[in-house]
Design a protein around this ligand. Structure first.
Ligand code: B1M
Length: 215
């Protein structure tokens, strides 16, 4: 097995130390940082995402795989910055105001990172205006909102209303999700995409941002 395949395998098993060592070894052997990123780290994370979607692995496995990915990324990042690797896009994400659930949101963050996005994670209890202010500040492509309570879902609507009031609705792709959210709620509040799980969110985000950038 080659070093890149080995890296992907270790990542899927959540073996952070091995992933770190292999990334370092690959860099020492002058491998292209983009190949290390795409074929070693991101491909491993996409496989985990797919398995998670199909109920072949569960939250703990995804969390350890993501930790391994972050460990590898920490070593790789300075090299990627040096060569000016462009991220797929930028996303601002958070759990809506009044809601403290963050496990699902953190999975979405990991999958989006795994798909090549630069992420600004606002955490939990995020008021509607903060998503917009941050998106404006960092030049985001997507605003991602997560809600786990039926009582906090309306905050998604508030954010979309504020986007409209500020004349910014068409500037951002708005994605919503979380256990009580569904397609019809997404349509009702005028969001762009509802996705049921973190892996699908990352897939859709990558597709729509790439298409939008292609014009
Ligand atoms: Co709370 N809680 N909780 N809770 N909690 C639920 C959500 C609940 C369904 C439990 C129940 O009653 N059966 C219920 C909500 C009922 C409702 O509104 N219909 C509930 C309640 C009522 C509450 C409190 C009000 C309880 C109380 O204090 N009386 C309170 C609220 C606090 C607050 O937020 N203000 C509360 C508190 C808590 C804890 C703090 C104890 C803890 C959260 C810890 C944390 O997140 N750090 C907690 C937990 C753990 C749960 C359950 C058990 C598990 C949630 C979870 O993490 N699931 C939950 C019951 C349940 O769901 N079975 C429950 C795993 C996670 C991976 O799934 O977040 O759905 P999920 O994410 C999924 C998808 O939804 C999707 O991707 C993930 C999978 O890939 N997804 C997106 C998520 N965001 C997305 C965004 C996207 C796309 C996809 O695009 C942007």
């Amino acid at each position: 097995m080659g070093i890149i395949e080995e890296m992907s395998e270790y990542l899927q098993k959540g073996r952070a130390k091995n992933v770190k060592a292999l990334v370092q070894q690959a860099l020492d052997e002058n491998m292209d940082p983009k190949v290390i990123l795409n074929d070693g780290l991101l491909s491993g994370m996409m496989i985990i995402g797919e398995k998670f979607k199909n109920n072949e692995v569960f939250v703990p496995e995804v969390l350890v795989a993501a930790r391994a990915m972050n460990a590898g990324l920490a070593i790789l990042e300075p090299k990627l910055v040096e060569i000016g690797n462009e991220p797929v896009g930028k996303a601002v994400i958070g759990t809506v105001q009044g809601d403290l659930h963050d496990i699902g949101k953190n999975l979405v963050v990991m999958m989006l990172k795994g798909a090549g996005f630069e992420i600004v994670d606002l955490g939990v209890d995020v008021d509607p205006a903060s998503y917009i202010d941050k998106a404006e500040e960092v030049g985001a492509d997507i605003i991602c909102m997560s809600a786990l309570l039926t009582t906090t879902m309306p905050k998604m609507q508030d954010c979309i209303d504020q986007l409209k009031e500020r004349g910014l609705r068409d500037k951002y792709i708005v994605m919503v999700g979380g256990a009580p959210v569904n397609e019809s709620f997404c349509e009702q509040i005028g969001a762009d995409y509802y996705t049921p799980d973190a892996a699908t969110c990352a897939e859709v985000a990558k597709k729509v941002v790439t298409e939008r950038k292609a014009g």
